[in-house]
Design a protein around this ligand. Structure first.
Ligand code: HEC
Ligand code: HEC
Ligand code: HEC
Length: 449
C-alpha cells in the first residue's frame, strides 16, 4: 500500500459533539441538584488590566482600532470560537452547528453582528458579562457546552478585543435554531445546580512565584484554550474535580480518549520536551506522535495560528503539571501467544511499511508506535479507533501536506483488529494491556466525527 497524501484544509469545521456531550452530561446532574435560588448574583467582576487607551467611547461602542481587532481575532483563535460557532459549510460565526448530547441536541448560536439574529445589539459590557458570568444580557444562564467555566478567566481587555473583532465579521441573517433538549434539561434554571458545584466565576489570577511565561501559558491553557473541557475526566454529575484537572478522560458520545497532560504514568507528557509539545500543538506532528481525532481539529482551527511564544508558554505550563513518576516501567504484559502471532503477522503485512519493522516510525510523518504513551495508555480507545477509522493530522501552515493513515475497519475483522492492536500495545517494550474483539466491535459504532 502506498502512503497517502492529502491536501491541506480537508478538515471539516469541527464537530464538537464531545464538548457538547460534556455540557449535556452536566445537565444530568441538574435533576438531582438542589436549586440554588440565590446562586451567583452577577457580581461586578474584577477588571482586567487596561493597558490600552479607553476601551469604550461615551456611547459604549467598542474600540475597533485595527490593532485591537487583530488582537481580538488572534484571541478568538486561541479560544477556538469558530469550531463551535460555524457549522459545516455554514457561514463564518453564524452558528447552527448541531451538538449531540444524551439529552437532546444543542445548536450553537449566531455570533455575527447581525442586529436581529446575531449579537449586533449587544454592548461590550454585555459581552464581557457573558464571558465572565455565563449569563446572557437578559440574565438567562448559558449552558456549559459553551466553555464558560474556562472563559470566566479571560481578562476584560481580552474580552473587549474579541468583541471588537466579532463586530467586524460579516453579519449573517440567519436565525438561531432552538435547542431540542428534552424536559427537564431544557429548563435553563436547572443550571443553578450545576453552577453551584462547578462554576467558579473569576478572572485568572497570576501566580507571582512563577515566571511571566508560565503565567501566560496557564492563562491560555486554563482560560481561552479550554483544554480541560476534554482533558479532564467528567464525573457522573457532569462536572470535574480540580484534583483531576488535566489527568485525562474519555470524551462522552464522541468516544475518543483525551490523555493526561500532566507528567503522569498513564499517557502524560513527562518524557516530552518543550519542543515536542510545541511541534505537536502547532504543526500537528512531532517526534512523539501526531494529533488525530478531536485534537486534530483543535490544532487545525486554533493552535496553528498562535505565536511560537504563546504555544511555548503553554508547553512550559503543561510541563510543570505535577509529575506522578514519568512513564510506565517494568516488564510488558505477555498476551496469548496465538493472538500475538496473528497481530505480528498483520503488522508486518499492513503497518510496517509506514510505522517501521520495529515500530520506530518515520519522522515526522509516520509516528513511532514503540515507546509511544498514547498506545500504552490504560484506555485502549484511541489505538483501536485509529486502526478502524484511520486518520489525518490537520493541514497546518508548518505541515501543509500531512500524510494520512488508511482505515482498516473494512479489511480487518474484530479478531484481527484486536490482535494487531494487542501486538502494538505489548511489543517493543510497550506496557499496554491486550484488547478484545468485543472492545473493537463496540467502537465500530462510535461516530466518525
Ligand atoms: C465548545 C463549543 C463552544 C466554543 C468553543 C465557543 N462557544 Fe460560544 N456558545 C456555544 C454554545 C453551545 C452556546 C449556546 C449556549 C446556550 O444556549 O446556553 C454558545 C453561546 C455563546 C454566546 C451567546 C449567544 C446568544 O445569542 O445567546 C456568545 C456571545 C458566544 N457563545 C461567544 C463565543 C465566543 C466569543 C467564543 C470564543 C472565545 C465561543 N463562544 C466559543 C458553544 C461554544
Ligand atoms: C475537543 C477536545 C479537546 C480539546 C478542546 C483539547 N484536546 Fe488535546 N487531545 C484531545 C484528544 C482526543 C487527544 C488524543 C488524540 C491525540 O493524541 O491527538 C488529545 C491529545 C493531546 C496531546 C497529546 C497527548 C499525548 O500524550 O499524546 C496534547 C499535548 C494535547 N492534546 C494538548 C491540548 C491542549 C494544550 C489543549 C488546549 C489548547 C487541548 N489539548 C485541547 C482532545 C482535546
Ligand atoms: C500509509 C501509512 C500508514 C499505514 C499503512 C499505517 N499507518 Fe498508522 N499512522 C499513519 C499516520 C500518518 C498516522 C498519524 C495519523 C493522524 O495523526 O491522524 C498514524 C497513526 C497511527 C497510530 C496513532 C499513533 C499515536 O501517536 O497515537 C496508531 C496506533 C497506528 N497508526 C497504528 C497502525 C497500525 C496498527 C497499522 C496497521 C494495521 C497502521 N497504523 C498502518 C500512517 C500509517
Amino acid at each position: 500500500m502506498k502512503p497517502t497524501l492529502r491536501p491541506s484544509g480537508w478538515l471539516r469545521p469541527a464537530s464538537m459533539a464531545s464538548v457538547l456531550a460534556i455540557g449535556g452530561l452536566a445537565l444530568a446532574l441538574l435533576v438531582h441538584a438542589p436549586l440554588a435560588t440565590t446562586a451567583h448574583a452577577a457580581t461586578a467582576a474584577p477588571q482586567g488590566a487596561q493597558t490600552t487607551a479607553p476601551a469604550t467611547t461615551a456611547a459604549g461602542a467598542p474600540d475597533t482600532r485595527p490593532e485591537i481587532v487583530r488582537r481580538g481575532e488572534y484571541l478568538a483563535r486561541a479560544g477556538d470560537c469558530i469550531a463551535c460557532h460555524t457549522a459545516p459549510r455554514g457561514r463564518l460565526f453564524a452558528g447552527g452547528l448541531a451538538m449531540e448530547t444524551p439529552f437532546g441536541t444543542l445548536y450553537s448560536p449566531n455570533i455575527t453582528p447581525d442586529p436581529q439574529y446575531g449579537i449586533g445589539t449587544w454592548s461590550e459590557e454585555a459581552f464581557f458579562k457573558m464571558m465572565r458570568t455565563g449569563r446572557k444580557p437578559d440574565g438567562a444562564l448559558i449552558y456549559p457546552a459553551m466553555p464558560i467555566a474556562q472563559y470566566t478567566k479571560v481578562t476584560r481587555e481580552d474580552s473587549n478585543a474579541i468583541f471588537a473583532f466579532l463586530k467586524t465579521v460579516e453579519p449573517v441573517r440567519q436565525p438561531n435554531r432552538p435547542h431540542t433538549l428534552r424536559f427537564p434539561f431544557n429548563q435553563r434554571d436547572l443550571l443553578y445546580g450545576w453552577r453551584t458545584l462547578y462554576f467558579r466565576e473569576g478572572e485568572f489570577q497570576p501566580d507571582p512565584t512563577k515566571s511571566v511565561e508560565w503565567n501566560r501559558g496557564a492563562y491560555l491553557v486554563e482560560g481561552l484554550g479550554h483544554c480541560t473541557m476534554c482533558h479532564t475526566r467528567i464525573n457522573m454529575l457532569g462536572g470535574s474535580s480540580p484534583r483531576e484537572q488535566f489527568a485525562g478522560g474519555l470524551i462522552p458520545v464522541q468516544n475518543w480518549y483525551a490523555p493526561s497532560l500532566t507528567s503522569d504514568k498513564d499517557g502524560g507528557l513527562g518524557d516530552w520536551s518543550i519542543e515536542d509539545i510545541v511541534d505537536l500543538l502547532r504543526t500537528g506532528v512531532s517526534k512523539r506522535g501526531a494529533v488525530y481525532g478531536p485534537m486534530a481539529e483543535v490544532t487545525y482551527h486554533s493552535l496553528q495560528y498562535l505565536s511560537d511564544e504563546d504555544v511555548r508558554a503553554m508547553a512550559v505550563y503543561l510541563k510543570s503539571l505535577p509529575d506522578q513518576g514519568g512513564r510506565k516501567t517494568g516488564p510488558s504484559v505477555t498476551p496469548d501467544p496465538s493472538v500475538f502471532a496473528l497481530g505480528k503477522r498483520i503488522y508486518a503485512e499492513k503497518c510496517a511499511i509506514c510505522h517501521g519493522d520495529n515500530g520506530e516510525g518515520q519522522l515526522p510523518h509516520y509516528p513511532p508506535l514503540a515507546r509511544n504513551q498514547s498506545i500504552e495508555m490504560d484506555s485502549n480507545v484511541n489505538p483501536i479507533r485509529i486502526v478502524l477509522n484511520g486518520g489525518f493530522p490537520p493541514g497546518t501552515k508548518q505541515n501543509p501536506q500531512p500524510f494520512g493513515m488508511p482505515p482498516f475497519g473494512q479489511e480487518l475483522n474484530d479478531t484481527e483488529a484486536a490482535a494487531v492492536v494487542t501486538f502494538i500495545r505489548t511489543a517493543w517494550g510497550n506496557h499496554g494491556l491486550p484488547v478484545t474483539a468485543h472492545e473493537v466491535n463496540e467502537l465500530r459504532k462510535a461516530p466518525l466525527h
